[in-house]
Structure formats: structure tokens, C-alpha cells
Ligand binder design. Structure first.
Ligand SMILES: *[C@@H]1O[C@H](CO)[C@@H](O)[C@H](O)[C@H]1NC(C)=O
Ligand SMILES: *[C@@H]1O[C@H](CO)[C@@H](O)[C@H](O)[C@H]1NC(C)=O
Ligand SMILES: *[C@@H]1O[C@H](CO)[C@@H](O)[C@H](O)[C@H]1NC(C)=O
Ligand SMILES: *[C@@H]1O[C@H](CO)[C@@H](O)[C@H](O)[C@H]1NC(C)=O
Ligand SMILES: *[C@@H]1O[C@H](CO)[C@@H](O)[C@H](O)[C@H]1NC(C)=O
Ligand SMILES: *[C@@H]1O[C@H](CO)[C@@H](O)[C@H](O)[C@H]1NC(C)=O
Ligand SMILES: *[C@@H]1O[C@H](CO)[C@@H](O)[C@H](O)[C@H]1NC(C)=O
Length: 498
């Protein structure tokens, strides 16, 4: 008798404790970074139904929010804007309990998403030991990683946290190298705290990270069996984060779409970006910008000598078939071109090149220009402004000064008769570089013999077009590779016609 009574009491006590405890949602924690002014950080968590919660901020500046009610077990407050800096303690208090976050900084929050090249850990890249050693010098670049979870319904909170907020060098070895280096390089420029939120999963196509709203736009609503099930990672690993204010997002994904809904990627990727922007804006009560900056890595390389046009097509589709970003369809985006960074001996497979420093650095240039409006930062590689075709040569005028290494076959042409069209199965022949000037390149088209004429020109249109940092065309500084292009495939861009 006495024994069973005791059991009942324990049960009641633990239930009470579970419902009664005031706490923050899973992704708020000690050492975290909250979005700085001019935006306002949003905080939310759980508490006993009907309780009134106040949130106080103590540190370099002080704040106390008015009482908010716990409704359906959830409370939520929007702070007044806080300037970059810290450390702060953030305390949520109700009548019976309090929850505190210590060592909180205000800065910019960047979300890092995608598949395995975003996931690839800092411990695995080139010069990993130096990078890990250096990490200790960046205690204001904080990291957080969501666990790999999926769900068939939109979750309110993360199901699990993989790495809670931490101060480098802790957890940097297991953290995304691209995300970490992006944050570290950004910190060098901004000199204020950066919060990095990693939410990515290897081998995943864009469909799993997209809401049904976004998929509907591209007629991709049919469902498939796991792990390619539509929206499952959107539901579990993105939707819960919508209520946090963020500055922007970076993304490294597309390999898994090279053989899965490849033709629709020019729709599905831009649609996902639009949808994330709308959803983060709404979820944060208007704090996250409706057009928040979105940076991404254009696919690197996979199989040397591959005849597949999967990677070239995805690279093109990543730009909504424009070849460069930002463009009219993809505003406030920036892209790190990576097709010149192959790694034939990567122990993680050639699909995972280990030079993530250049990838992250190129992304940072884009962020500085597009997200932070820093003037005079070059972030785009050379792109043709004018293509002029004469009887046995083509002259390309680039939109900037170029650094040229002559190549015999990275430019290719397709020769066609009057009635024929150029497609992937057509016969493509090399167009060697003959001459070049500060902004121009002249190609020989002598391999197109009459009666055939050059119908289409393409550049670096191969899975693995060049050796490491040895593509033919770079910016004059030599840092930014020219992105791949193909003529006559672009929607409404006059300057690519031959
Ligand atoms: C935050 O709380 C910790 C532990 O309670 C305390 O040592 C520290 O002084 C507080 N910091 C601020 C800025 O209030
Ligand atoms: C979440 O993912 C982790 C591993 O990433 C796994 O251990 C855990 O069981 C998952 N939780 C749920 C609720 O699916
Ligand atoms: C996307 O690419 C496919 C295949 O290349 C093409 O048929 C389609 O018109 C493109 N769609 C858009 C929206 O650009
Ligand atoms: C988070 O945002 C979503 C989307 O706007 C909304 O449905 C949800 O209620 C919000 N959750 C909290 C805890 O505020
Ligand atoms: C690795 O370090 C060496 C020596 O400092 C440097 O030359 C090389 O560029 C670094 N590699 C990367 C990918 O950063
Ligand atoms: C491009 O190169 C030309 C000739 O070398 C030089 O005069 C000009 O200043 C350069 N332009 C830029 C923007 O660097
Ligand atoms: C084509 O380029 C070459 C060298 O770059 C230049 O000498 C020639 O005048 C150009 N031709 C035309 C028609 O623009």
C-alpha cells in the first residue's frame, strides 16, 4: 500500500515538473548569439499554461520586457534592438521559476544549410590542424548545430540538438568547415559577433528542404519514400528555426539533384529561396528581412572525364539559367564558383573536395558586397558581355578585366546546319583560345567546317573542366574564376546570342 502511494506521488511530481518548468526553446542556450540591431531578436520557450513571463537582459545595456502570457504552453517575446556586443545574461521569469541564458552576444546570425559539402567537418579539410588551432582566436564566432532529424509534419521546435552553442575552439572540429570559415572570415571584416547555425544533411535533394508551398510552384508535389521524401527536413530542421531572427543564409547543395529532378532545379532552388525568405520573415514577426541575403556554392567537381552533363546543368540551374547571380529571378543572392577546386585524392571521395578555405572566402566576398553593401568588393568572376561571331573566330568581351591562360578545349562549340539544333548529344568541338586582351578573348572556330556554322558556345561545361585553380579565365586579380556558361539557353538575355 505504502509502496504504490509513493509511486503515484513521484508520477505526479514529475508530471508537474515537466509542465511547470519555464524554459527556452531548444536552440536558445548559453554562449549563443542573438541577432543585433537594427533587427530585434525573438525569444520563445515553454512554461505553465497561463503564467506570465518577463524577460530581462543584463549586460552592457539593460532591458525588461512587459509580461507575456503562456498560451498553449508557449511564450514569446521580441526584444528591443540591441547593438553588437555582450556578454549578456538573458533571464525569463515567471511566478514560480526562471530560466537563464548566460554569456549571450549580439551579432549577426547566419544559417548554413545543404548537403554533405556543407556538412563536411573542419577536422577533415586541408590544413585542418592549423584551422583548429586558429579557431581559439575567434571566441566571438559561436556555433550551433541541429541534429539530423526528419518529420512528416512541420515541427515547432528542433527534435534534437547535435552541438549546442559553444565558444571556439570547442566543437569546431565537428562543425561545418564552410560555415565555420565563412563566419571566421566575416568576423575579420565586421569585427563583431557572428552566430553560425548549421542545419544540413548529406545526400539530400532540394525537395526535402522545401515546403509544400515551394514544391507546388514547380509541380513537384508527388511524394516518394524516405530519404527523398518531400519536405521532411524542412519540417524538422528548418521550420523550427523560423522564429529566430537571422541575418542571412548560406547553402551548399545540388549534387543530389544532378540525377534527381535535375530539369526542375532551375525552378525548385529559386522557389525554395523565396519560400524560406517569406517564412523566416513571417516566423520572426517581420524581424528577419523579407529579402534576406542568400549565398550558395556552385557545384564543384565529381568525376574526372565524366561525360555526364548533370553537374554542368545543375550549376547552370543554380543561377536560374542566367550563369551569374544576383539576377532578376534571384535577387540579393551571391555565389561562390568552385569548379576549379577539384580534389582527386580526397579520402572522403572526390565529391568532397577538401579546399573549403577558397569556397568560404569566395562566399565571404559575396556576403560583403551583397549582404553588407561594402563598396568596391569584387565577388563575381568574369562573364561575357558581348559575343561576336565571325567566319572563323569568336570574340568574347568580358564584363571586367580578365587573367587568361590559353586553353585548347575548355571553350567548346557546337556546329549545326540550318535545320539542326544543338543539344547535349550534338557533336561539340574545341574552340581554342588564340589571342586575348585586357577584357577580350578570341577563339578559333576553324573546327566548324562549312556548310556547318557555330550555333552554340559553352565554357567549362564539364563535370571536371580544369585542374586545381587552373581554369583558363579568372578575374584580373586571379582570385575569382569565370563561371561556366552556355549560349542560347538563357531566358531573355540578349548578350549571349551568337
Ligand atoms: C551572468 O550570470 C553569471 C552567473 O550567474 C554571473 O556570474 C555574471 O556576472 C552575469 N553576467 C551579467 C552580465 O549579468
Ligand atoms: C534525432 O536525430 C538523432 C541523431 O541525429 C537521433 O539519435 C534521434 O533519435 C533523432 N530523434 C528523433 C526524435 O527522431
Ligand atoms: C528549366 O530547365 C529546363 C531544362 O533545361 C527547361 O526545359 C525549362 O524551361 C527551364 N525552366 C525555367 C523556369 O527556366
Ligand atoms: C513560429 O513561426 C511559425 C511560422 O510563422 C508559426 O506557425 C509558429 O506559431 C511560431 N512559433 C512560435 C513558438 O512562435
Ligand atoms: C594550407 O597551408 C599552406 C601553407 O600555409 C598554404 O600554402 C595553402 O594554401 C593552404 N591550403 C588551403 C586550402 O588553405
Ligand atoms: C583593365 O586593364 C586596363 C589595361 O591593362 C587598365 O587600363 C584598366 O585600368 C583595367 N581596369 C580595371 C577596372 O582594372
Ligand atoms: C577580335 O579580337 C582580336 C584580338 O583580341 C582583335 O584583334 C580583333 O580586332 C577583334 N575582332 C573584332 C571583329 O572585334
Amino acid at each position: 500500500m505504502a509502496k504504490s502511494l509513493c509511486v503515484v506521488l513521484i508520477l505526479v511530481a514529475s508530471l508537474h515538473d515537466c509542465e511547470g518548468a519555464l524554459r527556452f526553446a531548444s536552440y536558445y542556450g548559453d554562449h549563443m548569439v542573438l541577432q543585433k540591431s537594427p533587427e530585434s531578436a525573438v525569444l520563445w520557450g515553454y512554461g505553465p499554461e497561463g503564467a506570465q513571463v518577463t524577460v530581462t537582459l543584463s549586460g552592457p545595456s539593460q532591458q525588461k520586457t512587459s509580461l507575456v502570457d503562456v498560451t498553449n504552453g508557449i511564450w514569446r517575446v521580441t526584444l528591443d534592438p540591441v547593438e553588437a556586443g555582450g556578454p549578456y545574461n538573458v533571464t525569463a521569469a515567471a511566478q514560480s521559476s526562471t530560466a537563464t541564458l548566460t554569456d549571450v552576444l549580439f551579432g549577426d546570425i547566419w544559417l548554413c544549410g545543404g548537403q554533405s559539402n556543407m556538412w563536411l567537418q573542419t577536422s577533415k579539410i586541408f590544413n585542418a590542424s592549423e584551422e583548429l588551432h586558429l579557431a581559439a582566436k575567434y571566441p566571438h564566432v559561436r556555433t550551433f548545430m541541429a541534429a539530423l532529424n526528419l518529420s512528416e509534419t512541420e515541427e515547432t521546435d528542433l527534435l534534437e540538438v547535435e552541438l549546442s552553442w559553444s565558444v571556439p575552439p570547442e566543437n569546431v572540429a565537428e562543425f561545418s568547415a564552410v560555415c565555420w570559415l565563412f563566419g571566421r572570415y566575416l568576423y575579420e571584416t565586421l569585427q563583431y559577433p557572428i552566430g553560425l547555425v548549421e542545419s544540413c544533411w548529406g545526400g539530400t535533394p532540394v525537395e526535402v528542404w522545401s515546403s509544400s508551398r515551394a514544391l507546388k510552384q514547380c509541380e513537384l508535389l508527388q511524394t516518394y519514400s524516405s530519404p527523398k521524401m518531400n519536405s521532411v527536413l524542412w519540417n524538422a530542421m528548418i521550420h523550427p528555426l523560423l522564429n529566430m531572427t537571422i541575418k542571412g543564409a548560406i547553402w551548399y547543395q545540388g549534387e543530389a539533384n544532378a540525377d534527381y529532378h535535375q530539369d526542375q532545379y532551375n525552378c525548385s532552388f529559386p522557389a525554395m529561396i523565396d519560400d524560406w525568405r517569406m517564412a523566416f520573415h513571417q516566423g520572426s514577426g517581420g524581424q528577419t528581412a523579407l529579402d534576406f541575403p542568400f549565398g550558395f556554392v556552385q557545384l564543384s567537381t565529381y568525376i574526372k572525364g565524366s561525360k555526364s552533363d548533370g553537374f554542368p546543368n545543375i550549376r547552370w540551374h543554380q543561377t536560374a539559367d542566367n550563369g551569374f547571380v544576383p539576377n532578376r529571378r534571384m535577387q540579393k543572392t551571391f555565389m561562390a564558383v568552385a569548379l576549379d577546386l577539384p580534389d582527386a585524392t580526397s579520402p572522403f571521395g572526390t565529391i568532397h573536395p577538401r579546399d573549403k578555405q577558397d569556397v568560404a572566402y569566395r562566399l565571404t566576398l559575396g556576403a560583403r558586397a551583397v549582404a553588407y553593401n561594402e563598396k568596391g568588393v569584387s565577388f563575381q568572376g568574369p562573364f561575357p558581355k558581348l559575343i561576336l561571331s565571325a567566319h572563323d573566330f569568336i570574340n568574347i568581351t568580358y564584363d571586367q578585366n580578365v587573367s587568361v591562360t590559353p586553353s585548347k578545349d575548355v571553350f567548346e562549340i557546337c556546329c549545326a546546319g540550318i535545320e539542326t539544333q544543338c543539344g547535349p548529344k550534338s557533336s561539340w568541338v574545341p574552340a581554342p583560345i588564340m589571342h586575348w586582351g585586357p577584357t577580350t578573348v578570341q577563339l578559333s572556330t576553324s573546327l566548324c567546317q562549312p556548310p556547318y556554322k557555330v550555333a552554340t558556345l559553352r565554357y567549362a561545361w564539364r563535370d571536371w573542366p580544369c585542374d586545381f585553380k587552373a581554369c583558363p579565365i579568372y578575374s584580373a586579380s586571379g582570385i575569382l574564376p569565370a563561371p561556366p556558361f552556355i549560349t542560347n539557353r538563357s531566358p531573355g538575355k540578349g548578350n549571349q546570342e551568337l
